[in-house]
Design a protein around this ligand. Sequence first.
Ligand SMILES: N[C@@H](CCC(=O)N[C@@H](CS)C(=O)NCC(=O)O)C(=O)O
Length: 196
Amino acid sequence: MTLTLIGSYTSPFVRKIRLLLWNDKTVQFQPLNYFEEVGNKMLREKSPFNQLPILMDGDQPIYETRVMFNYIAKKQNLKPLTMDEENILSAIDAIISSGVNLFSLKKGGMNVDDESNYFLIRQKQRIPNLLKFITPWAAKQQVENNWNYLTMSMVALIDWIEFREVYNLKDFPELRVFRERFNQCPGVVDTNIPKA
Ligand SMILES: N[C@@H](CCC(=O)N[C@@H](CS)C(=O)NCC(=O)O)C(=O)O
């Protein structure tokens, strides 16, 4: 397969897919920064969703990381996820999505600390609730047996949420330990979010 992944160096959704494809050296990574004028224009032209990442298999665009994962999993003959694993993946993605919403609102000038805003309250509550939900699973994951799309997604989540200061993980020490454990896995250091 001739895959091209279009994405930024900071996006957690992009990083999940970069890690998943890390060992396939035929995959091209095409960086795009939509915070800059050129990247913003390019993204609107390339994706009706106006979101990163975009995966191209030849001329075939694939949008949405869940769809990308399913597509790659089929091609790589990966073991299907159990329903519990699907739920963990949904939780990780929902945390990232709430985080992206909060980050984007703040970047757009909104006071995200407004405690009277129904939408903000729900986004903010969802993050610790779901972190609590996934922590017992995360604590059990071992580098030797469990370097897979779920743990890759978890690494991407932890780094991004701290990088953007969307949520402080001080109440989740098991997640910090998790992140340390997986630091030497293929591609993790190479895909670290660049320091400005
Ligand atoms: N559900 C999408 C979410 C992708 C997403 O939110 N990407 C962010 C970057 S981390 C983005 O493009 N944000 C720009 C926007 O939503 O306008 C997926 O899984 O691919």
